[in-house]
Design a protein around this ligand. Structure first.
Ligand code: DGJ
Length: 736
């Protein structure tokens, strides 16, 4: 690791580069030796931190990009009182729990002699392209922390993580390990926004003022969870969609996680996030390290809308498989709502033919194809084809699907086991459990102890064989229950609290390895709907299933919440039957399509019940979706009227990256012809360009006159609708 003094030259070079290249196109990491300040500049954002007295690493600035020539300084704080010493109110980048420190630490550790005091100080640093690596160490014991900062040149999103290394001759137990502490400028009127939910009701947006005290969201369930998602946004003042400052963050971890937002009575706001410290205890033998997940943080000067768009682009351009050019999501058909567990070769082939006639591109057989899986009581763990349902194996069906011009996809849930399975009968110790304690079941299933390498390898080899022996293009990877009794028969008592962490590491290992061995196979992350959606799994999954609730009206709210953090291009949305199983709500096929076309389109209806006119209408929507797919999946989303606002209408607008095409989706939940609906002002068009507007699917001749982008954005477009659950769609196209 290079010492600071020898690192002045790169910062000078970076400053010179910044003088001659337009600012927004340049990202850089720099260090100013005189002031002791590190800076990351990218997109419209500057992030700065620096060296305080005695080598304390202090937070300095996070906000709109400032000039390369601007000088920042490290604040010097004195004690306020005997109860508020400077050490407890300092905005530190990565505080250990030690000395006089009372708020949420980033790191807490314990040594065998009883010492639990960790005071971290700066040791050295290294600049890399668009990144800074900082070495911290405890003042007395050889415990090291490597902080890694990177900045995305396009979005200005900063990635932060920590590696904790035990350089001692004795074992150290890490009791809390955050990825990062973020500090906001002192000031009032902050509002916190986060997402909560439940099965079939994920992605509900919560907003509350940030006041003195703490708000903690997280999962103690071993997985990301339906109840909350590891994303936050903090606006200054009311969260406006199109203006005002918003800071936001998302954690790349699919296990138990925690994000705490704390404001002290003086108004300092800190956000600490990483591993959930609940039941966390990670022993590090001499020489061992613990890596935290990456916590990404960004800043928008243009409200919640831009915050989401920055995240969307960041995900598509840097996180997901295939980035910066991930493949557009194929239109899929999934059999789950049509057939449940009653899948067989003949029935699936009949559905496949009907799906293909609509223009579907991928046919997915869901649960029920393997082992003794006739209901949810048996079979999980036995990943061999059920020979009563598929007497000739899967090959004839796969060949039929391919012959129809579609890809073949298959559902699996390999982390789980039913008690009624050959796997559990042979290896009861391979499920998570604690000695002499009951093993809780949920949906009649138990969670395999993936922290064990033998179980990890079994799952990997079983899935690898499935993919080697069958010509499969897509795997829907499900996970239908959370952890309970998270103990492992393979670990000693003192390492039991690392089971949940090792589990997720091994889950990632399996997916990474499967992708390496089968680079053409795509994966969907599903966990009883949206229970495992985060930037960690999205590094390995091409798409996610956001909810088991397929009611198209409920979905508007679910999709709106999802879009706060994740790109619509990663979110699958199926057209299913009406009335919907979730709430008996009746909606038209048109409404269902327009609701689902706002993400990756899927069809999950029982096509055997459809009439000729349903097929004819669906074909038109599928064809139209292919015309707008790139704009919806890769473009910029503007939430014009959010269904979270409680209005009778909602509307979204997707603008292609080159602004040549845009798509409006508008929904009326309940409306009368006695009241007039105001025109909808769209956003994001080129004001000087001229756009023609036509219905997504509709009567020829229903086009609107050609008008400028400025006109559509300020005058707006009339979208008349009357009645309950009405939907309209419009395509805007630039006129050369
Ligand atoms: C839960 C998923 O979210 C559903 O889509 C379906 O795959 C079922 N599991 C199958 O058991």
């Amino acid at each position: 690791m290079t010492k600071l003094k020898s690192r002045i030259a790169p910062s000078l070079i970076a400053a010179l580069v910044a003088l001659f290249v337009p600012q927004a196109a340049v990202a850089q990491a720099s260090f100013d030796a005189e002031s002791g300040i590190f800076r990351l500049d990218g997109g419209d954002v500057t992030y700065a931190f620096g060296l305080g007295e005695g080598g304390v690493l202090k937070s300095i600035y996070w906000g709109p990009r400032i000039a390369a020539s601007d000088r920042l300084s490290v604040p010097k704080l004195g004690d306020i009182s005997s109860t508020d010493p400077a050490s407890s109110i300092d905005a530190q980048e990565y505080p250990g729990w030690g000395g006089a420190f009372y708020t949420m630490p980033a790191l807490k550790a314990a040594w065998p002699d009883g010492n639990r005091d960790v005071v971290l100080r700066y040791r050295s640093s290294k600049l890399e392209p668009n990144a800074v690596v900082i070495e911290l160490a405890d003042i007395r014991r050889p415990l090291g922390v490597t902080l890694r900062y990177s900045i995305d040149p396009a979005s200005g999103i900063v990635g932060r993580s920590a590696r904790i290394t035990n350089n001692d001759r004795v074992t150290v137990r890490v009791d809390e390990a955050a990825s990062a502490t973020w500090s906001l400028p002192v000031g009032g009127d902050y509002r916190l926004h986060y997402l909560t939910g439940q099965w079939a009701g994920e992605w509900q947006l919560q907003s509350r003022p940030v006041t003195a005290g703490s708000t903690v969201i997280g999962s103690r369930r071993g997985t990301t969870g339906h109840e909350a998602n590891p994303w936050f946004a903090i606006s200054r003042g009311e969260a406006r969609e199109d203006h005002g400052p918003v800071w936001f963050g998302a954690l790349a971890w699919s296990g138990s996680w925690q994000i705490g937002v704390d404001q002290n009575p003086r108004g300092d706001v800190r956000i600490v996030g990483g591993y959930n410290p609940f039941d966390f205890g990670y022993r590090l033998l001499p020489g061992q390290s613990l890596d935290t997940p990456v916590f990404f943080g960004g800043y928008s000067d243009d409200g919640m809308g831009k915050a989401s768009r920055l995240l969307h682009r960041f995900e598509l351009d840097t996180v997901v498989p295939g980035s910066p050019k991930p493949r557009l999501r194929p239109i899929l058909y999934n059999s789950w709502e049509a057939t449940g567990f009653a899948v067989d070769e003949r029935g699936q082939a009949a559905l496949a033919e009907k799906a293909a006639s609509l223009g579907v591109e991928r046919f997915v057989v869901d649960d029920g194809w393997f082992g003794a899986r006739n209901n949810d009581k048996a079979g999980l763990g036995d990943w061999t084809v059920n020979s009563r349902k598929f007497p000739r194996g899967l090959k004839p069906l796969i060949d039929r699907v391919h012959g129809l011009g579609m890809e073949f996809g298959l559902w699996v849930e390999p982390e789980m086991v039913n008690a009624d399975s050959d796997l559990f009968r042979a290896h009861p110790d391979w499920v998570m459990h604690m000695p002499d304690r009951p093993r809780s079941e949920a949906r009649n299933q138990m969670v395999l102890d993936l922290s064990r390498t033998d179980v990890r390898d079994l799952v990997l080899e079983t899935m690898d064989r499935l993919l080697r022996e069958n010509d499969i293009q897509f795997i829907k990877w499900d996970h239908n229950r959370d952890f309970s009794e998270p103990g492992s028969a393979a670990l000693p008592p003192e390492d039991q609290q690392r089971v949940a962490t090792e589990y997720v590491r091994n889950f990632y290992y399996i997916l990474d390895e499967l992708r390496r061995r089968h680079p053409k196979v795509e994966f969907e992350s599903c966990a009883g709907g949206g229970g495992r959606v985060d930037l960690g799994v999205l590094h390995r999954a091409d798409q996610v299933w956001p909810s088991d609730n397929t009611d198209p009206y409920d979905r508007l709210r679910i999709q709106d919440g999802f879009s706060r953090a994740y790109s619509p291009g990663l979110m699958m949305a199926w057209v299913t039957d009406s009335p919907n199983w979730a709430n008996d709500r009746r909606t038209s096929l048109r409404y269902r399509f327009l609701s689902s076309m706002q993400g990756g389109l899927g069809i999950g209806a029982d096509l055997n019940k459809w009439k000729a006119e349903d097929f004819a209408e669906a074909k038109r929507f599928v064809a139209a979706y292919k015309e707008i797919r790139e704009t919806v999946q890769r473009g910029d989303l503007h939430r014009l009227i959010s269904p979270q606002d409680g209005s009778d209408r909602s509307a979204t607008f997707y603008v292609s990256r080159d602004r040549r095409q845009a798509v409006l989706f508008a929904f009326l939940h309940s409306g009368s012809r006695l009241s007039k609906q105001p025109a909808i002002q769209v956003r994001g068009l080129d004001p000087a360009a001229r756009y023609r507007v036509r219905p997504i699917v509709g009567q020829p001749g229903a086009e609107s006159p050609v008008q400028s982008g400025a006109f559509w954005m300020s005058h707006g477009i009339e979208v008349p609708m009357t009645g309950d659950f009405q939907a309209e769609g419009r395509i805007f196209e630039i006129v050369p």
